[in-house]
Design a protein around this ligand. Structure first.
Ligand code: G6P
Length: 365
């Protein structure tokens, strides 16, 4: 079918705004009422001793977020690898391990090669893909579709969101199968997920504000993104999005690592984007942020109303997000990360849907 931009200036914008709809469809597909629903016997996380998650690019950051979920919710040890490292490192793979490959296209050469490496070693090969007839899907024991619809923009947005949607459901399933959560907690987690499309809509309504505030960002030579816990990989994804389409150098860092290097970069020319929902580690993030402020860093704090109230003083600007259970905050905060990259690119006038030197699907090494 012919796909168009549906009134948007770029596919990337269209795809960002499709997220509430495609995520809702994905969540409906993977849950039945109060329980995660997968075909009977499709996956048994009680039998597995380790989950190995392998991917490239944005899909790799989805895996990195999911590691926090699988470990915290399900107590399942989790390794996350970049496919091009995994395939050549010759890592030992236990025959009780579950190997899970995440790929929008299902054709990324390194991810496919990593999958073939794990075949015959891991107990089960699972893939999370957007293209169900892809090579990665075909060569897996179990292929789980993310149901995001065709993604055209080279910088992945809605596929990332729905990869997280599927992985969140798998982590909840794993938590139940491993006896870590009861039925009430499962229902509550699914309820939180079901609330996300509505919250994402609220975050999308911040677009105008983000457009105005990214004017300054477009002048920066370098931008830092900070996050803690599951927000750390989202900081990496935010930096990736920005560099992909605006060509501004950007780096994501775990907030706690600030003093081990990146603080040396901070001065008043370097915007520092702190993605910090009010969670158990919020106070620690705030104290990291104070160190940046003390060095005249320009902090853009992205948090909820409570967080802004506590820590908003003295920062360059705040973006106030809807409140969400911190466990799934990376899904909600992905939206401002995407919009920041998109609007910075608009200010710079770069080719958003076809950034230089990048390809949508990398089928060669
Ligand atoms: C390319 C794309 C990225 C994508 C990565 C992995 O670099 O530009 O957007 O995240 O490949 O692609 P995959 O199809 O395996 O998710």
């Amino acid at each position: 079918a012919q796909i168009d931009k549906a009134g948007h200036k770029h596919f990337m914008s269209k795809e960002i705004f499709e997220q509430p709809t495609v995520l809702a469809e994905c969540l409906t597909h993977y849950s039945a009422g109060e329980r995660v629903a997968l075909p009977e016997g499709a996956l048994d996380f009680a039998e597995t001793d380790r989950l190995i998650l392998v991917a490239c690019g944005t899909a790799h950051y989805a895996c990195s977020v999911a590691k926090y979920w699988f470990e915290q919710l399900a107590g399942l040890p989790c390794d996350v690898d970049i496919a091009s490292e995994f395939r050549y490192r010759e890592p030992p793979v236990s025959d009780r391990a579950t190997a899970l490959f995440v790929s929008q296209s299902g054709e990324t050469a390194d991810t496919l090669a990593a999958l073939r490496y794990a075949q015959g070693k891991a107990a089960r090969i699972v893939s999370v893909v957007n293209v169900p007839e892809s090579s990665i899907a075909r060569e897996s024991d179990l292929a789980l579709p993310i149901l995001a619809g065709i993604e055209v923009g080279v910088a992945s947005t809605k596929a990332f969101m729905n990869q997280l949607g599927v992985l969140a459901n798998l982590a909840i399933l794993a938590a139940r199968q491993r006896g870590r959560i009861d039925a009430a907690r499962e229902a509550e987690l699914l309820e939180t997920l079901r609330g996300l499309p509505g919250l994402i809509n609220q975050a999308l309504a911040l677009e105008e504000r983000i457009h105005k505030r990214t004017g300054k960002l477009a002048e920066a030579r370098s931008v830092l993104f900070f996050g803690r816990g599951a927000m750390f990989p989202l900081a990496l994804e935010g930096a990736l999005k920005l560099k992909e389409i605006s060509y501004i150098h950007a780096e994501g860092y775990a907030s706690g690592e600030l003093k081990h290097g990146p603080i040396a970069l901070v001065d008043k020319t370097v915007p520092v984007i702190v993605m910090a929902p009010r969670d158990a580690l919020f106070d620690k993030t705030v104290s990291n942020m104070q160190e940046v402020l003390a060095r005249e860093g320009r902090v853009w704090l992205i948090t909820d109303a409570e967080g802004a109230e506590i820590a908003g003083d003295g920062v360059w600007q705040t973006l106030v997000m809807p409140r969400i259970d911190p466990i799934f905050a990376p899904m909600l905060y992905a939206v401002p990360a995407q919009l920041i990259a998109y609007h910075t690119a608009l200010h710079k006038g770069t080719d958003v849907d076809q950034p230089r030197n990048l390809a949508k699907s990398v089928t060669v090494e």
